[in-house]
Design a protein around this ligand. Structure first.
Ligand code: NAD
Length: 356
């Protein structure tokens, strides 16, 4: 079909093929209803790619990704490829993909559905009105700074070092993204740092304040990461858009995931300079339930909605998918992780029925 957007579909390992199949079909239905065509090109990544080609990210996959408007990914990894002395690992596929795509921000929306309040360890009243997006800087900070490594100390002992580095450019682009996203939401950005201790955080705060001046309609607040961690549990509804550096984001996004009730429900997007993005559920390949048809596909289906919004300029399609997911849950459909017996396929079909 001419003019069709091409999506690279990378199912990966474990439950990946089961959940991406449902998400692909939901996106196809949504785009068709909007009168727009999408074409999926499947490629290998992770453990299956190692088995077939010896590489976790084969050149053929990079080629497919290069020609695509977006990437929809399942998950990678599993015990088969976990040997401590393994030379090639499935995770290398994911890291290589992020690098090849040049994505530098990871977005995780968390909007718990009221019907699932029982699935979370928090009191229902704490969850009322929670609708937030965590934006984590993905390519800078402590995980990538140089120098890093170990040196032997004279007279025995060893010293280890990691370095937390940020440039103004790296901070500005991710904070600007946070403000742009807040403009389409409740117009509030919480920038999280450790400015009372870290110089990199003081630069972060300075740049966030500068960027904020360009968005007079959006409120900016700064918060220290330790008290923000507490507030995520005690008053999560007080956040709209959170933006923070790599390691703080790594920790806080997992904490925020608890608010939703199951790992299986949460989507993510990794974005870079252009509209092209990488979309995947936040969970792993769940090898313990792979092949049984019982995995929850909602996190991947909602990732496909994010794909429509950020990479296909199809906010209407994203909203249709999200509304259908909410109705499916409200109508009582529950996969095993939510205490029910709905299969992966039945959950996907129920969402598609509600997209009509
Ligand atoms: P996991 O997220 O795969 O599973 C944790 C638990 O949550 C398991 O009990 C699993 O059954 C359950 N679960 C996860 N997703 C579910 C879903 N959609 N529906 C129902 N239940 C679900 O984490 P893990 O067990 O620590 O890791 C398993 C493998 O996945 C490892 O090889 C790990 O390296 C890999 N992993 C990959 C990614 C990724 O591809 N982005 C992320 C995390 C872990």
């Amino acid at each position: 079909m001419s003019g069709a957007a091409t999506i690279a579909l990378l199912p990966g390992d474990g439950i990946g093929p089961e959940i991406t199949d449902e998400a692909r079909r939901c996106l196809e239905v949504g785009m068709a209803r909007a009168g727009r065509a999408v074409r999926f090109t499947e490629a290998l990544i992770g453990g299956r790619a190692i088995d077939v080609t010896g590489s976790a990210l084969p050149p053929a996959t990079v080629e497919v990704v290069d020609g695509a408007a977006a990437v929809l990914l399942g998950a990678v990894g599993g015990p088969k490829w976990d040997a401590p002395d393994a030379k090639v690992r499935p995770e290398q596929g994911l890291l290589g993909l992020r690098k090849a795509m040049g994505v530098w921000a990871n977005l995780r929306p968390v909007a718990p559905l009221p019907e699932l309040a029982d699935a979370t360890p928090l009191k229902a009243e704490r969850l009322a009105g929670v609708d937030l997006v965590c934006i984590r800087e993905l390519t800078g900070g402590l995980y990538f700074g140089e120098p890093k490594g170990r040196t032997a100390l004279d007279g025995g002992g060893v010293r280890a070092v990691d370095t937390l580095v940020y440039t103004d450019v790296e901070i500005r682009r991710v904070v600007t993204l946070a403000f742009r996203i807040a403009e389409g939401r409740r117009r509030k950005v919480t920038s999280i740092d450790k400015a009372n201790v870290l110089e990199s955080s003081r630069l972060w705060r300075q740049i966030a304040t500068e960027v904020g001046r360009d968005f007079p309609g959006v409120t900016l607040e700064h918060q220290l990461v330790d008290s923000a961690a507490m507030r995520l549990i005690t008053a999560p509804a007080s956040f709209d858009v959170i933006v923070t550096e790599n390691m703080f984001g790594d920790i806080l996004t997992d904490e925020a995931a608890v608010l939703a009730g199951s790992l299986g429900l949460l989507p993510s997007a990794s974005l870079g300079d252009g509209p092209r993005g990488l979309y995947e559920p936040i969970h792993g390949s769940a090898p313990d339930i792979a092949g049984q048809g019982i995995a929850n596909p909602i996190g991947t289906i909602l990732s496909a909605a994010m794909l429509a919004r950020h990479s296909l300029d199809a906010d209407d399609v994203a909203r249709r998918i999200e509304a259908a997911v909410a109705r499916t849950i409200a109508d009582g459909y529950r996969t095993a992780d939510l205490g029910g017996a709905t299969s992966t396929a039945a959950m996907g079909a129920a969402v598609r029925e509600r997209m009509a």
